[in-house]
Design a protein around this ligand. Sequence first.
Ligand code: HEC
Ligand code: HEC
Length: 253
Amino acid sequence: MKNTLRKLSILAAVTVPLVFSGCTWFNDKPPITTLENPTRSRTLGDYEVNGKVLAQQVCATCHGLTGQSESPMFPKLAGQQKDYIVVQLKDLRDHSRSDKYAIVYMWGMARALTDKQMDELADYYSAQTPMYGEANHSTSAQAQLKRGEDIFNNGIPTAGVVACSGCHGAEGAGMAEIPRIAGQHSDYIMKQIHAYQNPEDKALMEMGGNTWAPKMYDLHRNLERGAAMNAMVANMAPEDVQAVALYLNTMNR
Ligand code: HEC
Ligand code: HEC
């Protein structure tokens, strides 16, 4: 009996302060720093890890060590505009960029990043050398590339398409919040243009039948940010989208 009472009073001594303090001891626990535990640098969510370390240890899995990704599913980030990278990461963090690949792959990543880390990540990628694709030299491919070059430099006046170079620059390198598109994977470019052409297409955002909260259905770039591109490519024919995408992938080479 005496023993049980003692156990109970010890239990009370431990739990009562925890309950009354709202368990703040746990919340106040300082984050484990990289110095204390070097393996932490491989994880997201440690605000002390530098953006460059994250780029090389976390983002590299998909975007490549220097931002030159292999798979067209993962956009190349090498030589991308710094400001563009920062605004995209913020849009991904607040879920306003929300097509299905962004949701599956990038929302979780972006949620764990601080503004400072985003800035450092953008510094890292914007300083890397962009990589261009290999052109196909067959006659039909050459004709397609010529068509793409024409669209890039002159637009398609009959379809209301303005020259891409007007905003993305003569070299396609972009400026500030306007992205580099030169060298980008052509499949990714086509996917993005498809999304800009179909801002109402919820199927683009479908996630294996899951029912998502309405906020998560925010339309891809249904913001002022995407408005320029929505208008630009609204009447572009699929073969022209393909031509300009192939041209952009190989230009400057
Ligand atoms: C598991 C794979 C994966 C990882 C890891 C990953 N990404 Fe991505 N990322 C993607 C995919 C897929 C997209 C394209 C999303 C879309 O199609 O909208 C993307 C898109 C982006 C974009 C937009 C690029 C553009 O041209 O608009 C940026 C910026 C970006 N990622 C940065 C990062 C950073 C920084 C990290 C590390 C913290 C990271 N990503 C880690 C898969 C990944
Ligand atoms: C009026 C200016 C303007 C013109 C003209 C323009 N763009 Fe854009 N483009 C933008 C802006 C701004 C963005 C970034 C929008 C965003 O954040 O979604 C963008 C984004 C893009 C992207 C997405 C890149 C990425 O990494 O996700 C592609 C691809 C693209 N543009 C291709 C083109 C092509 C091809 C043309 C010509 C047919 C063109 N753009 C003409 C302003 C323009």
